[in-house]
Design a protein around this ligand. Structure first.
Ligand SMILES: *Cc1c(COP(=O)(O)O)cnc(C)c1O
Length: 380
């Protein structure tokens, strides 16, 4: 077999459409919602996920994650909900990892009961805890690694083996790692989901999602997807293709900055704890080394008790307080006031989320400028 292309080559070229008429350098954009039905091989319609731009981008997504096929959605949650619904029916049970993206955990706790789907959240991110929750009617295991906001690491190879042993479908939300840092299919995971709003878009201006898997699984998800109707407009598909061209270099710069900042923050007397899988003392470091190409652009840290994190955020000049993540600009948030704000202080404490914990989405600015911004906010 031919060796697969490297990440930056996939990002720049795979799936691109040829402009045969004018020989332009980039994929032409086809905005039609209406296509001929006679004498054509494929009956095309945007909600069937098969317009020229949708198909072209899906090829790039599949190549990025070493899968056979892919679908592009209007949001990460459309990809998550459609993929789950495609594999679950009344009476089935799902095992979820404990620390899930807030939107996914809302989907499960607010909607699953209505459809008669049972679920359990495992005690932590370990494979032992996931296995303990498997029941007779369990059909699917769902994980996220690194997790939000403490960047806990789940062993993907062990989860894939566990799923195969019990005949379950394994699904991962790979958003935090991005395909640059982690390719779960190589470890035997069946289905990969991304919120493309994050590292794939990378500029905080696109809402999108994607799922990547085998032809067979993607066809099954497509049967549900065309009924639920969560496809992405072709204009945004085209913009996302453009954004992906620089994903490799953006994410590598973010990895490098995050590693240096994790070490810098660890060395500061004002900082109580730093959570980053690239640090040797992080509990998931050894597994992360085995399954990640880079440790990612997300890190969390906790200021000592004599600091007030809200006051600290106000003093930052370069790093912006922001709800989302993974843009080229550095952003920061307080999980206790945002993603985990609905939990009681006791529940938060149990999950290891202190009021002074900050989740830092590291951008591509110069490391020295970011370190200086943090220093002035800690010292003044
Ligand atoms: C943002 C996010 C989602 C949801 O994606 P949307 O594009 O906002 O719908 C799912 N999982 C993770 C890990 C995310 O960060």
């Amino acid at each position: 077999m031919k060796k697969p292309r490297g990440i930056n080559t996939i990002c720049t070229h795979i799936g691109e459409l040829k402009d045969n008429e004018f020989k332009g350098a980039v994929s032409p954009l086809y905005m039609s919602t209406s296509y001929a039905f006679e004498e054509v091989e494929t009956k095309r319609y945007p909600r069937y996920f098969n317009t020229p731009n949708q198909v072209a981008l899906a090829k790039k997504m599949a190549a990025l994650e070493h899968g056979e096929a892919s679908l592009i959605f209007g949001s990460g949650m459309a990809a998550v909900s459609t993929s789950l619904m495609a594999f679950l029916k009344m009476g089935d049970h799902v095992v979820f990892q404990d620390a899930l993206y807030g939107g996914t955990s809302n989907l499960v706790t607010e909607e699953f009961k209505k459809f008669g789907i049972e679920y359990t959240f495992a005690k932590d991110a370990s494979v032992e805890s996931l296995e303990k929750e498997i029941k007779k009617n369990t059909k699917l295991i769902y994980i996220e690694t690194p997790s939000n906001p403490l960047l806990m690491i789940t062993d993907m190879e062990a989860v894939a083996k566990l799923a195969k042993k019990h005949g379950l479908v394994s699904m991962i939300d790979n958003t935090f790692a991005s395909p640059v840092n982690q390719n779960p299919i190589d470890f035997g995971i069946d289905i990969i989901i991304h919120s493309a709003t994050k590292y794939m878009g990378g500029h905080s201006d696109i809402l999108a999602g994607t799922v990547i898997s085998s032809e067979e699984n993607i066809d099954r998800i497509f049967q549900m997807a065309k009924n639920l109707g969560g496809s992405l407009s072709d204009y945004t598909v085209w913009l996302l293709e453009r954004s992906l061209k620089t994903m490799g270099i953006r994410v590598k710069a973010q990895n490098e900055n995050a590693m240096k900042l994790a070490e810098f923050l660890s060395s500061r007397p004002e900082v109580a704890k730093v959570f980053y899988p690239g640090l040797k003392d992080h509990p998931g470091h050894e597994i992360a080394k085995k399954q990640m190409h880079g440790f990612g652009g997300m890190l969390s840290f906790e200021l000592k008790e004599n600091f007030n994190a809200s006051e600290f955020l106000k003093k930052l000049k370069l790093i912006k307080p922001s709800m989302s993540l993974a843009g080229v600009e550095s952003t920061i948030l307080l999980p206790a006031q945002t993603s985990h704000g609905l939990l009681t202080p006791e529940q938060r404490e149990k999950q290891g989320i202190n009021d002074n914990l900050m989740r830092f989405s590291v951008g591509i600015e110069e490391f020295e400028d970011l370190a200086e911004d943090l220093t002035q906010a800690m010292e003044n």
